[in-house]
Structures are given as structure tokens and as C-alpha cells.
Design a protein around this ligand. Structure first.
Ligand code: MLT
Length: 332
């Protein structure tokens, strides 16, 4: 009995020593609403961070752009006024053009491709480049699926069907040029303004993954979906580089390990959730149309007209070729 008491007391004391009385709580900006990939990535990261740090570090998620529009959170993190942000990669590209390689149309053709590129050597190079260009460090990767086109007016299956639609795109040159290659002039707009613009019919449509269409409740204001596969949306988790550098070596390793755990969890989340969410959107009244001819017209126009325009910006055609080679595809 006495021995058991001593053992229990010993365990309690060592637990008290390893769990500090006050954990540091970091603020994590999240662009999307509840139920999407970004929230899942954030929750997995916080749980892993608490575990890795023995409770010394934790985080609080601020959903729906409460801490600022996605592109603004990069500036805030770079200047050290925000700790972490989870956002779509297309909203990092304006600050670090090399990650634009992952938003070139039809480069990432599957979830496997996205995971392979981001978790391999190419992804590590992008992490380093983003630290240098944007003052933020990518420590985790979320996976949201292909950006499908939604609109409130008509089914779209061909490039001809697209003509006349007013489509919102992020303030991202690659995406703007892609729609231009398809013959329309899109409307660049901040993410935080998109729901209201769709609701007030300032724009007819937008593109984002099924997971995001659901998390943002776009089904309330959009009817038609075109199952495009032009960009596979990757959603990085970034930490302010000045915060990262202020951490001890041990804490940095804990943050990086938590980011790796969250990355794995995000891959599993998408595999488990995407088709369920797609069915829910249909049950809510959305109509899905497949692009005609296996999307050939969309693919040919986008790859032939858009890729060459961005070789310089992404750091040379060899950067794109590095990604294509890592995916076992032909180079250009
Ligand atoms: C955008 O369209 O600006 C982003 O993809 C939104 C998001 O983070 O889901």
C-alpha cells in the first residue's frame, strides 16, 4: 500500500514538473469556416503541439478570416503581429512566386501528387524560399481537393458555356490568366468578400474545392458545379518566421513535428470526407456537371497559354520541370 502511494505520488510530481502551469497560447488565423480542411488541419496541429510540448504550447483557431483576410495574414505574420495562419496556397503566391508552381493549372493531378510534392524535396525548397521571400515558414500542408467551378446561372461543361459568366478569382495572377485563356475576364477579389459578392450577385461564380464550398455555405448562393480539376488546392499552415526564430531549438523541433503530424492527418481527412461532402452538396440541391471531352479544351488552353507566361516568375522553367520530374511526368 505504502509502496503504491509512493509510486503514485512520484508519477504525479513528475507530471506536474513536465506540464507547466501556464501554457503559451498562439493565435492561429484560419481563412475558412468550420468543417473544412483548414479547420481540420488546425485542430490536428493544436493537439499535436500540446502533445509534443507536454502542454507548454497550444493554439487557438480563429475561423472565417476573423484575424484578417488570407493575404493580409501573411503580412501580419511576417511583421510578427500574428503567430500562425492557415490559408490557401494561391494566397501565398503573391508574396513568394515560387510556390506558384503548385497553382499552375493541371500540374498537380491527384491527392497523391499533392502529397508527394509537398512532403518531398520540392516542398522543402518551397519552405526555404517562402521564408526568404515572405517572412513566414510553412510547417504543415493541408489538402483540400480540386477547385471546382460554381455558379448561380447555368450548367457549364465547355469553354463556350463559360462565356458571359462573371467569375471571382483570388488576387492571383496565375488564376486570372487561366480564366483569360478560357476567354473571360475574371474578377479578382479578396476571399473575405466572396460570399457577400455571390449573395449580392456582384459575381456569378467562383472556384474552390468541395470541402470549401461546404465550409463556406456557398450552397446557399450557388446552384451549379463544374467538376474542373485545374488546381488541386493545397492549404499551408505557416508560422511567423520571427516567432519561429525566437523559439528554443527544442521548441522549434516540437512545432515542426506537430506540423508533420497535422499534414498526415489532413491527407486522411480529405480521403475520408470529400465524397461525403460532395454528396451532401448534391442533397442540398447543387447540380454537378462534368467538363466535356474529359476537360481537354480547358487543359489545352490553360497549359499552352498560361504555363509559359509564368516561367520567369516561378524561378525558371527548371522549377516547373523539377516538380514534373518528381511526379514522374514529362518535362517541358
Ligand atoms: C481563395 O479562393 O481565396 C481561397 O482558396 C480560399 C480558401 O482559403 O479556401
Amino acid at each position: 500500500m505504502k509502496k503504491t502511494f509512493i509510486l503514485l505520488a512520484g508519477t504525479a510530481i513528475s507530471l506536474m514538473l513536465s506540464v507547466p502551469a501556464f501554457a503559451t497560447e498562439y493565435r492561429i488565423a484560419v481563412g475558412d469556416g468550420a468543417g473544412g480542411t483548414q479547420e481540420a488541419l488546425g485542430k490536428a496541429f493544436v493537439a499535436a503541439l500540446e502533445k509534443e510540448s507536454g502542454g507548454a504550447m497550444t493554439g487557438k483557431l480563429f475561423l472565417n478570416g476573423q484575424l484578417g483576410d488570407e493575404q493580409d495574414t501573411i503580412t501580419a505574420a511576417a511583421t510578427g503581429t500574428l503567430d500562425f495562419s492557415i490559408l490557401a496556397i494561391n494566397n501565398i503566391t503573391p508574396f513568394s512566386p515560387s510556390v506558384g508552381t503548385l497553382t499552375l493549372p493541371y500540374v498537380i493531378l491527384s491527392q497523391d501528387d499533392a502529397e508527394k510534392v509537398t512532403q518531398g524535396e520540392v516542398g522543402q525548397k518551397m519552405v526555404d524560399q517562402t521564408v526568404e521571400d515572405a517572412g513566414v515558414r510553412i510547417i504543415g500542408w493541408g489538402y483540400s481537393g480540386f477547385r471546382v467551378l460554381t455558379n448561380s446561372k447555368k450548367p457549364v461543361s465547355t469553354v463556350a458555356d463559360l462565356q458571359g459568366l462573371v467569375v471571382r478569382v483570388p488576387k492571383n495572377e496565375i488564376m486570372i490568366e487561366t480564366y483569360k485563356a478560357w476567354g473571360i475576364n475574371p474578377t479578382p477579389m479578396a476571399w473575405g468578400e466572396t460570399f457577400a459578392a455571390l449573395q449580392q450577385k456582384v459575381v456569378d461564380g467562383q472556384d474552390n474545392p468541395y470541402m470549401t464550398v461546404n465550409a463556406m455555405k456557398f450552397y446557399e448562393v450557388q446552384k451549379y458545379i463544374t467538376d474542373l480539376r485545374y488546381i488541386f488546392s493545397i492549404e499551408p499552415l505557416v508560422i511567423s518566421e520571427s516567432l519561429f526564430e525566437s523559439l528554443s531549438e527544442e521548441q522549434q523541433q516540437q512545432v515542426l513535428a506537430a506540423g508533420r503530424d497535422a499534414t498526415k492527418a489532413s491527407g486522411v481527412f480529405l480521403r475520408e470526407q470529400e465524397s461525403k461532402i460532395r454528396d451532401e452538396l448534391v442533397a442540398r440541391g447543387m447540380e454537378i456537371t462534368k467538363p466535356a471531352d474529359d476537360e481537354k479544351e480547358f487543359i489545352d488552353l490553360a497549359t499552352s497559354k498560361v504555363w509559359p507566361k509564368f516561367y520567369d516568375q516561378i524561378g525558371g522553367v527548371e522549377v516547373l520541370n523539377g516538380v514534373l520530374t518528381s511526379l514522374g511526368r514529362d518535362t517541358v
